[in-house]
Unconditional design. Sequence first.
Length: 239
Amino acid sequence: MSIVRYDLLNYKSMWGILPFLYLLMLAVTFFTADPEYPNNPLFYAETAFYPLLIMLTIGMFQRELSGAMEIFATFPISMKGMVLRKLGLLALFTVLYQISWHTAYRAKFGTVSTLVFSYSSPVEPQPQADAGIGSLLLQQLPALLFMCLLVITLLLLTKKIYTGLLAGLGIWMLDMLSHGSWMPYLALHTSFIKEHSRGLPGLFLTNRLLLTAAACLLLALTLLVADNRSRWIGHEEEE
């Protein structure tokens, strides 16, 4: 429990302040929006959340990558457990964020109306007048896991914070600017999957399965890199 508390206190750093300021900016744009013209719910669920997820991920690993990893790796604790614990905290933040915007959106606009894909019938998304947070979170989960693990893997492989930051934001921007056309089978936004689903039947299910498989591979690589203690300790000795 004390280790988890220490991770949370790590957000007093710059990478703790930036997510807070970003959330504050989102809150201002949300509460100043015209109630007669609701914003697209997927903007808060997906588009606006990816930069926040990237910043939170970097903040979680800043303590280790700022120089403490060489010392941390000598402790008699599980390095894999450290990564999994941080992933658990990121998952908790993700769920809390999604529940928060969904609750606020329903309170302000009365309903959360959007298109929702179904895994049982993934050919065409179905319009839902009041989409539940469970169905929205379920369709976003593979893409969120992929983005989070991609950033973590690059952070640990390169031992550089800005590598994960630039890669994560770069892929997010590429997906937005191209509307997912750069690689539809790995598109992050569900709204872009709909645009390409006519020419690629069953794209949603294939996309989510590929993102899930990629996330699993990245998780395996991340745990392998984190558990290689000689890599972290040797880095300090070589310097």
